[in-house]
Design a protein around this ligand. Structure first.
Ligand code: SF4
Ligand code: SF4
Length: 77
C-alpha cells in the first residue's frame, strides 16, 4: 500500500497532459470532472487501494502535482 496525494490546483489535466495516466501500470488515473482555478480538469485516482507505490506518476509529473509515500516498512522500488 502507498499513499498518493494529488494537488489538483497544480495539475494540467488529462486533456492537456495526462502523463500520469500513461505511466501508471495500474491504470488508476482518470479525470476528476471538476475544473481547477487555472481552467484545467485535474486527475483523480479511481482505486487508490490498488496503488503499488511504484512512484512512476510522481516522477513523471511535470508539475509536481503528485506525491507518493510508501507505507512504513516497505522498501522503495
Ligand atoms: S502528470 Fe501531473 S500535471 Fe499531468 S495530468 Fe498527471 S497529475 Fe496532472
Ligand atoms: S505510484 Fe505507481 S501505481 Fe501508484 S498511482 Fe502512481 S504510477 Fe500508479
Amino acid at each position: 500500500m502507498a499513499k498518493v496525494t494529488l494537488f489538483p490546483q497544480a495539475c494540467k489535466g488529462m486533456e492537456d497532459c495526462g502523463i500520469c495516466a500513461l505511466v501508471c501500470p495500474q491504470h488508476l488515473f482518470t479525470s476528476s470532472g471538476e475544473m481547477n482555478e487555472a481552467g484545467y480538469v485535474p486527475t483523480r485516482l479511481t482505486e487508490p487501494e490498488e496503488c503499488t507505490g511504484c512512484q512512476s506518476c510522481m516522477l513523471s509529473c511535470p508539475d509536481m502535482a503528485i506525491v507518493v509515500v510508501k507505507e512504513k516498512g516497505e522498501e522503495a522500488s
